[in-house]
Structure formats: structure tokens, C-alpha cells
Ligand binder design. Structure first.
Ligand code: HEC
Ligand code: HEC
Length: 397
């Protein structure tokens, strides 16, 4: 199957080469594994997934019962929130319209909400191999597995906990709340086949099982790769070629277009944050995000400073030039993003320094290619009610 796809792509690309003689050697190793050939980790039954879905939408998990996971990971915004920086507790509304009603006593969440779509595949390597127990989480890869991650926001002050209880008793306090709810008692007992099954471990298992159902892997690129020559436009195919030739795929590699590793790209800080975000271990490294489904999840980068794809891709020209000669820090004429002022050229990842030159045409065609990685057909359903009786998704109207 893999060989067949490879051959089909090669044939298409060979026909293209006729008009682009300069590119003649660059296609031979374009052999990205077909994501739809990869088996999902199948760890849960449907009642666990259904329970996870209710937990994901139920603001009962937050201190003041006003925020749910879905507040910041909402299907209308590709399971992100459409904001540069999220507003968690004591906020009102959804997405860009959400506002702080705390009288500024809480503060913004300090990083951009990443999407939950395809997090089932976090950590996948170029061969499509991955271990869900070791799947890296967050912009700085500080946690592993969806199961472990799911308990994090509950204890996080700005995201869900607020002033309701201390951090060290946050999860236990939520467990006590769920135990007091007969519907949750029944749902947990059915899902896990025992009594007294409302545990932190099972909360994590259920939410992770639900998250693994949120996938979107049938993009025009996937269809093209499966042999449908018409699935991508000429400009998108050109962008795909330039993406590789320039070296974007050194980090945005494999079926998820991510190596899931940490790199210093040099993204500037968000102007509204008082402190510089120094990334993983204070090194300014952040994890390579997937490039799938970006249409639904902007703005971009770990703090949302990339307002659209064009600005985000154009930043690489600035970063590359900066890494090469240290005087390219100004975003290509004043309108773009500058490299982070706390970095100098030697701090920037070699794979940025070694990128090929990006001209304006390249930026346009690469943006078009990234648009070929969108699959709008993901589960956007919202449960009509949740066991707490609270509004699904929290105070988002
Ligand atoms: C107030 C907004 C907010 C809420 C509420 C929230 N998250 Fe997030 N989520 C974020 C932000 C911001 C990050 C990235 C944080 C970082 O990298 O340090 C994140 C990261 C994640 C990730 C990691 C994705 C990846 O690819 O690394 C997952 C999974 C996730 N959240 C699921 C959840 C779940 C499950 C809940 C509910 C229990 C939840 N989130 C509640 C904002 C939120
Ligand atoms: C050295 C590894 C590396 C290379 C090479 C690289 N990227 Fe990235 N990319 C990253 C990292 C790391 C981030 C996140 C940086 C941050 O948020 O601070 C990122 C973020 C992005 C984003 C934003 C995605 C989102 O969800 O926020 C886009 C778009 C992107 N890269 C496209 C490209 C393109 C196009 C190229 C080639 C011109 C490229 N990248 C080359 C590592 C790389």
C-alpha cells in the first residue's frame, strides 16, 4: 500500500517536473506515511468515551463551575478557542468575544490553546509509530499522555481552579463533587464496571478516550496522497514542493507534519504578558506543532502572535535571516513579526538557519499547501446537557 502511494505520487510529480526542471531531484524521498493506514490506539469502550465527552463539556470540573475543557477547546474554533491567549475562569463568552469579568484579578492564560483534534497522534514519528503513554503534551512537552494531561487544567489557577480551593486538593475536591452526583456515579460504574470508580485515574482515562475520537485526517493532501490527483491545486502542489525544498519538513515531518520535538524558532513574546515566556527549561524552545487543520485553530504560535498563516510563514524568512547574520530581526519591512528580543543568532535552531530562501511566491504557495491539510469533517457535536445540569461548555453564551 505504502509503495503504491509512493509510486502514485512519484508519477504525479514526474509529470510536474516537465515544467520545473530545477526541481527534478527533490521529489524522490517524499514518502510521508498515509495517516489513514495507521491504527488508532484502541483502549476504551464506547461508554468510557461517552463519559469522557460529558466530562469534557461539564463545567463541574472547574472551581466556580463556570469553565469546561470545551470553553478553550471548542469545535467552533477547531477545538481551540480562536484567541491568542485564553480567558479561563471568571470569563464570559466564547472565542475572540470572550471577556474577563473578574475585574482583572485572574489574568490571561499565558499560552495559546492548542487544538485537541488529532492529539491522539501526538508523538508520532515518521514511520507512523507512537506510544500513547509517552505522547508529549503542551507547547513545552512537559507532560506525557492525554490521560495525565487531563488532570492538569483542573488544578491550574487561571484555567479552571480559580480561588475555589488550593492546588493540592483541587482534583480531590472535583472527585467529591462528582461522587455527590448520582448520574456520574452510574456513568462511572457502568463505564468501568465496578463501584467506587470515580477516581482521578478514571477521569483521565475517560477524557483521553473521548479526545481520541476527535480526529480529522482526510484532507485534500491525504486524498492526493491516496491517488486523487485532483485533490490539490497546482499552487498547493507547488507549495508542497517548496515546503520540502526549503526545509520546513526538517521539523514538520511525518504524517502529522511534526517531529513533536523542541526547537528554538525565536517567536517574539506576546506584548500583553508581563514576563517573557522562556519555553522548555528556559531555553526558548517550544514543540513543533502539527500543521494539520490550521484553518480552524488560528492565531498561531505558542502565544498566538502569528495573526494569520501568511504572517506566520513569513516569520521564517525573518528568523532565518536573523540566524544567519543577526541583522534580519525586523520582520521584513516593519509589518511582520520580529525575532524574540531575548535571543541572539546562535540561540536559533540550526534547522532554521539552514532553511532555504523564502520569496513572496513561496509564502503564498506554502500557505496554500498548509490549507490543503485541513479536514473540516470532524465531530462538532455538543451534548445538549451535562449531568451537573450546568450549561455545557460553561459560561460561553
Ligand atoms: C482556559 C483555557 C483552557 C481550559 C479550560 C482547558 N485548556 Fe487545555 N490547554 C489550554 C492551553 C493554553 C494549553 C497549552 C498550555 C501550555 O502549553 O502550557 C492547553 C493544552 C491542552 C492539551 C495539550 C495539547 C497538545 O497537543 O499538547 C490538551 C490535550 C488539553 N489542553 C486538553 C484539555 C482538557 C481535557 C481540559 C479540561 C480538563 C482542558 N484542556 C482545559 C487551555 C485550556
Ligand atoms: C527548527 C524546526 C522548524 C522548522 C525548520 C520549521 N518549523 Fe514551523 N514550527 C516549529 C516550532 C517549534 C513551532 C512553534 C514555535 C512557537 O510557537 O514558538 C512552529 C510553528 C509553526 C506554525 C504555527 C502552527 C500553529 O499551530 O501555531 C506554522 C504555520 C509553521 N511552523 C510553518 C512552518 C513553515 C512553513 C516552515 C518552513 C518555512 C517551518 N514551519 C519550519 C518548528 C519548525
Amino acid at each position: 500500500m505504502k509503495k503504491y502511494i509512493f509510486a502514485a505520487i512519484l508519477i504525479q510529480l514526474l509529470s510536474l517536473m516537465a515544467c520545473q526542471p530545477d526541481d527534478s531531484n527533490s521529489f524522490a524521498d517524499f514518502d510521508i506515511m498515509d495517516i489513514n493506514d495507521i491504527d488508532m490506539p484502541n483502549t476504551a469502550n464506547a461508554s468510557i468515551e461517552d463519559l469522557g465527552r460529558l466530562l469534557f463539556w461539564d463545567p463541574i470540573l472547574s472551581g466556580n463551575q463556570d469553565v469546561a475543557c470545551a470553553t478553550c477547546h471548542h469545535p467552533d474554533f477547531g477545538y481551540a478557542d480562536g484567541r491568542a491567549l485564553p480567558i479561563g475562569i471568571e470569563g464570559l463568552g466564547l472565542g475572540p468575544n470572550r471577556r474577563d469579568i473578574s475585574g482583572n484579578n485572574i489574568g490571561l492564560v499565558k499560552r495559546n490553546s492548542p487544538t485537541v483534534i488529532n492529539t491522539a497522534f501526538n508523538g508520532m514519528d515518521e514511520d507512523g509509530d507512537f506510544d500513547p503513554a509517552l505522547a508529549p503534551m503542551f507547547w513545552d512537552n512537559r507532560m506525557f499522555s492525554l490521560e495525565a494531561q487531563a488532570l492538569g487544567p483542573i488544578a491550574n489557577f487561571e484555567e479552571m481552579r480559580g480561588h475555589a480551593f488550593d492546588e493540592n486538593i483541587a482534583v480531590d475536591s472535583i472527585i467529591a463533587r462528582l461522587e455527590a452526583n448520582t448520574q456520574y456515579q452510574n456513568l462511572f460504574n457502568t463505564a468501568f464496571g465496578s463501584t467506587s470508580s470515580i477516581t482521578s485515574e478514571n477521569i483521565g482515562l475517560a477524557i483521553a478516550a473521548f479526545e481520541r475520537t476527535i480526529v480529522a485526517t482526510n484532507s485534500p493532501f491525504d486524498q492526493f496522497q491516496a491517488g486523487n490527483q485532483n485533490a490539490m491545486t497546482q499552487q498547493q502542489i507547488q507549495g508542497m514542493n517548496r515546503f520540502r525544498q526549503i526545509g520546513c519538513d526538517d521539523c514538520h515531518s511525518g504524517p502529522m507534519f511534526s517531529d513533536f520535538e523542541l526547537h528554538v524558532v525565536g517567536v517574539p513574546d506576546h506584548p500583553l504578558l508581563a514576563e517573557s515566556d522562556t519555553g522548555a527549561n528556559g531555553s526558548y524552545a517550544f514543540r513543533t506543532p502539527t500543521l494539520r487543520n490550521l484553518d480552524f485553530t488560528g492565531p498561531y504560535f505558542h502565544n498566538g502572535v502569528g495573526r494569520d498563516l501568511e504572517e506566520t510563514v513569513a516569520f521564517y524568512r525573518t528568523a532565518r535571516n536573523f540566524a544567519r547574520n543577526n541583522n534580519g530581526g525586523n520582520g521584513g519591512g516593519g509589518n511582520g513579526l520580529d525575532v524574540n528580543e531575548n535571543l541572539n543568532r546562535n540561540d536559533i535552531d540550526d534547522d532554521i538557519r539552514n532553511l532555504g530562501n523564502l520569496d513572496n511566491d513561496d509564502i503564498q504557495s506554502i500557505v496554500a499547501f498548509i490549507e490543503a491539510l485541513n479536514d473540516p469533517d470532524f465531530d462538532r457535536s455538543i451534548p445538549p446537557s451535562v449531568p451537573s445540569g450546568l450549561q455545557p461548555g460553561g459560561l460561553i453564551d
